[in-house]
Design a binder for this molecule. Structure first.
Ligand code: G6P
Length: 615
């Protein structure tokens, strides 16, 4: 949510900023801007509403150049998307420019105090208080710029990642973090800041993950860091192992399509990492944590937001079924305010693609205050979630750029399957033979997904019949109920077709009223033999009786469904517990082609942002 990039070094900052901003655009894309310290001594600011392309065009017509600069892609919180509300924001004199991700919660109080002292504000944003506050603190010349920044940030409440530059300090870039992600990219004779690693992956291989309450001072020759009270901090430089190509589109028309196609590889990589030749699951540090906790565990609480929440719903079913532990799933935004009562020895499993989602992190902190141990399932190494968890399970999906999550979601499903197997084994609820059987079934999933991907043109042809409908209903039972919810979410996120996911058994308690010959009803009907199969078929009969248009995700050769549904997306069979890993791919493709046929901007859906770092 909002992307920040910054540069200080010998080269012209502008193309480097724009390159980083392109890679960060998925964080926010309602406006964009840069501030560049030019050789003529001016601090030039250029902003445009809308996509980054608008700013790039403006910079082509009227170029800027300078060796120090900051850039920002915005997802509006305070103040509508407009040029004046776009970042960077400057002080009264235009000497200080700042870009910000997060929310300064006490900005109204700070603003009225500064206005009383004569500061003139131009925007409706919370961010603008930062440059004015620094300007005020520097007024009598008693403190250094870094001391003024630290002092200003001691007054600011809320969350921030900040990049700050001064007109009369042409070779220093300041950065600070509290609650919103920010990294420093350490180059040779040049330094970067960015909201995430992929933004500067092709420029640096070494990074410093800033911690909350740290301020960094970047000069071409090196980085100095301090806490808000001025205590120096020794920078901890880490080498990045991600490859730059991981964040490229690789010939696909969109990142989302590329990421859908990457799923077999992602799952194979995770299985290679975590399943031994003997078929046993090993989760590294999470295994150790589980070993220490398993016997006395009273409860598991899974916390997440958005798509990750649906992965958590799936995880709950597996953990209860296999490990025999009472388990609940809650939304980060609800758990943190519901005054939860948790029994002693509750294990929290927090799931987040980015590891930066504000509500998930706040819930994790609350759980830790309640003395729960936390396992983090996350796709970003070095993320806040992984750093704040007692044990981290990295889903190895690689950078996910498409705003709607696909490969990170399947990786989360697999992570839960592995976690549930390990916990069940540790608690003696599963024997080694069953574990081998399950991991052997998992090993066949990537090929199963391939088979679905091979049918993408068939899915496109089915979408052609339905993409103009106003609504769609998605139905699933048990392990496929969360997948129905995820399929509906994917569809509405990217195609803007209203879609609702429902537990098929609940359909007659409401949504059945919607069914008529215009309503597509997407039904998850694999596997063919399980406890809920006959119930699912009965539900479909109810849809058929009301002339609903059934699109079934069904097993290859499932004659019953062929007879019942208008359209079938055939998928290979696996055991019921793992069918979501295959079925979800069919729904991702269906949503994808609906969106494409409706002419939507698939990688950057309206109003969304990939990483939601505000409440
Ligand atoms: C946003 C994204 C979703 C994501 C959710 C939670 O809404 O658009 O794709 O599922 O945030 O994000 P997280 O990074 O915690 O998984």
């Amino acid at each position: 949510m909002c992307g920040i990039v910054g540069y200080v070094g010998p080269r012209n900052a502008v193309p480097l900023l724009l390159e980083g901003m392109q890679r960060l655009e998925y964080r926010g894309y309602d406006s964009a801007g840069v501030a560049v310290r030019q050789a003529d001594g001016r601090l030039a600011v250029r902003k445009r509403v809308g996509r980054l392309a608008n700013l790039e065009e403006a910079l082509e017509t009227e170029p800027l150049a300078g060796q120090l600069g900051i850039g920002h892609t915005r997802w509006a919180t305070h103040g509508e998307p407009s040029e004046v509300n776009s970042h960077p924001h400057v002080d009264c004199a235009g000497n200080i420019a700042a870009v910000h991700n997060g929310i300064i919660e006490n900005y109204l109080a700070l603003r009225s105090d500064l206005e009383a002292k004569g500061h003139v504000f131009r925007s409706q944003t919370d961010t603008e208080v930062i440059p004015h506050l620094i300007e005020e603190l520097l007024k009598d010349g008693a403190v250094s710029r870094s001391a003024a920044i630290r002092q200003a940030l001691r007054q600011a409440q809320g969350a921030y990642a900040l990049g700050i530059v001064f007109r009369d300090e042409p070779a220093v870039l300041y950065a600070a973090r509290c609650g919103s992600p920010l990294i420093v990219g350490v180059g040779e004779g040049e330094q970067f800041i960015a909201s995430d690693v992929p933004a500067i992956l092709n420029r640096v291989k070494q990074v410093i993950y800033l911690n909350d309450g740290e301020v960094a001072e970047l000069r071409p020759a090196g980085v100095a860091m301090a806490k808000l009270d001025g205590t120096p901090v020794q920078p901890e430089i880490k080498t990045v192992t991600l490859r730059a190509e991981a964040a490229e589109r690789a010939g696909f028309e969109t990142f989302m399509l590329k990421e859908i196609h990457e799923q077999p590889r992602v799952l194979r990589t995770m299985l290679e990492t975590h399943v031994g030749k003997d078929g046993a699951v090993n989760l590294g540090e999470v295994s150790d944590l589980l070993a220490a906790e398993a016997a006395g565990l009273q409860r598991i609480v899974i916390l997440a937001c958005g798509t990750a929440y649906y992965a958590g719903m799936y995880g709950r079913l597996l953990l209860e079924a296999w490990a025999g532990i009472p388990c609940e799933t809650d939304l980060g935004s609800e758990f943190r305010y519901r005054h939860p009562r948790l029994p002693e020895r509750t294990l929290v499993v927090a799931v987040s693609q980015s590891g930066e989602t504000a509500d998930t992190l706040a819930s994790v902190r609350l759980a830790r205050r309640m003395e729960c141990k936390v396992v983090g399932i996350c796709n970003v190494a070095g993320s806040t979630l992984l750093r704040e968890s007692d044990g981290g399970l990295l889903t190895q999906a690689g950078p996910e750029i498409g705003v709607a999550s696909t490969k990170a979601f399947s990786a989360q499903l697999l992570a839960f399957a592995l976690l549930a197997i390990r916990l069940a084994r540790l608690r003696g609820a599963m024997d080694a033979a069953r574990e081998r059987e399950l991991t052997a079934a998992l090993a066949r999933i990537p090929d199963g997904i391939h088979r679905v991907l091979e049918r993408q043109d068939d899915v496109r042809r089915i979408s052609q019949k339905y993409y103009e409908c106003y609504n769609a209903l998605y139905l699933g039972r048990r392990f496929n109920y969360p997948i129905a919810l995820e399929g509906a979410l994917k569809n509405k996120e990217i195609s803007y077709q209203h879609a609702e996911g429902y537990a098929a058994g609940e359909m007659k308690h409401g949504p059945i009223a919607l069914i008529n010959e215009f309503l597509p009803v997407v039904c998850l009907c694999t596997p063919t033999a399980d406890e809920v199969r006959d119930k699912m078929v009965s539900n479909l009969k109810e849809v058929e009786a009301r002339k609903g248009r059934i699109i079934a995700v069904a097993a290859e050769g499932d004659a019953t469904l062929q007879g019942l549904a208008q359209d079938v997306i055939p998928v290979p069979e696996t055991i019921e517990e793992f069918s979501p890993l295959i079925n979800v791919v069919a729904l991702q493709l269906f949503a994808y082609y609906n969106a494409k046929l409706r002419g939507a901007d698939i990688d950057k859906p309206r109003n969304l942002a990939k990483s939601v770092t505000v409440e």
